[in-house]
Design a protein around this ligand. Structure first.
Ligand code: 13P
Length: 256
């Protein structure tokens, strides 16, 4: 199966800096059929970067989108507007859920909006530190996963990517904890089983699941070799070219 290395730049880089950074990555990357490299810049950089990028090497993702196609939603950007600029859209990132009150209903509707606009949704799941401590991880992930996919037809499931990011493991630079690969492996196994029980083994196996949460060149190999993990969603380390490129190299080695 194809692997994915997705860099989520979050609210970093000006449009000019984004362009310079993309240029640097394009110069140093070779295209690969089996490994998709994706970056998610700030929304104001998507239009110029869509003209600059070489889609054989790097594809673009939006960091979020509104579920409506158009209308009176001041400040929002729809999948209809993103259509043609991006191939992917990150949906339901924990920062959007926690800081901007994104609900499960919004997430579900945005997944459907992305699909009807020919954009691949990267549906993010993850339990908070408190949910983790109180043993609620499985319940939370089940609701987020099955809820997020509830408007997706069986046919369209082949156009969806899942990203598991435990909230307590995001940005260890600011005090979070690194998730042990063994624990991630157990959770990925649970998610695969849930998908198998719900949609059948063939559909479940074909759905890519990415891992995210303080991924860097020293731990990327350990996460990428977890059975059932098909790639990584990288935050801080994706902002540093050498680190992001090293993670991509590690992913290529793991595939070989
Ligand atoms: P960090 O890699 O900085 O922990 O961020 C992970 C993330 O939230 C990617 O979407």
């Amino acid at each position: 199966m194809k692997s994915y290395i997705v860099g989520n730049w979050k609210m970093n880089f000006s449009v000019g800096e984004s362009s310079v950074y993309l240029h640097k990555l394009l110069q140093r990357l070779r295209g690969s059929r089996s490994l998709e490299v994706v970056v998610a810049p700030s929304s104001i950089a998507l239009q110029p970067l869509s003209l600059q990028t070489d889609r054989k090497k790097i594809r673009l993702a939006a960091q979020t989108a509104n579920s409506h196609d158009f209308g009176a939603y001041t400040g929002e950007i729809s999948c209809t507007q993103l259509r043609g600029l991006v191939d992917y859209c990150i949906i339901g990132h924990s920062e959007r859920r926690q800081l901007f009150h994104l609900t499960d209903k919004d997430v579900r509707a945005t997944v459907a909006a992305a699909l009807r606009n020919q954009i691949t949704p990267i549906l993010c799941l993850g339990e908070t530190a408190a949910e983790h401590t109180f043993g609620e991880t499985h319940d939370v992930l089940r609701d987020q996963l099955l809820g997020g996919l509830s408007e997706v037809s069986t046919e369209d499931l082949s156009r969806v990517i899942i990203a598991y990011e435990p909230v307590w493991a995001i940005s260890t630079t600011t005090g979070a904890h690194l998730a042990a690969p063994e624990e991630v492996a157990a959770t990925i196994k649970y998610l695969r089983q849930l998908l198998t029980d719900t949609y059948g083994a063939d559909t479940a196996e074909a759905l890519p699941i990415l891992y995210g949460g303080s991924v860097n060149p020293s731990n990327a190999g350990a996460y990428l070799t977890i059975p059932g993990v098909n790639g990584l969603l990288v935050g801080s380390a994706s902002l540093i070219a050498d680190q992001f490129l090293e993670i991509i190299e590690i992913a290529k080695r793991v595939q070989d």
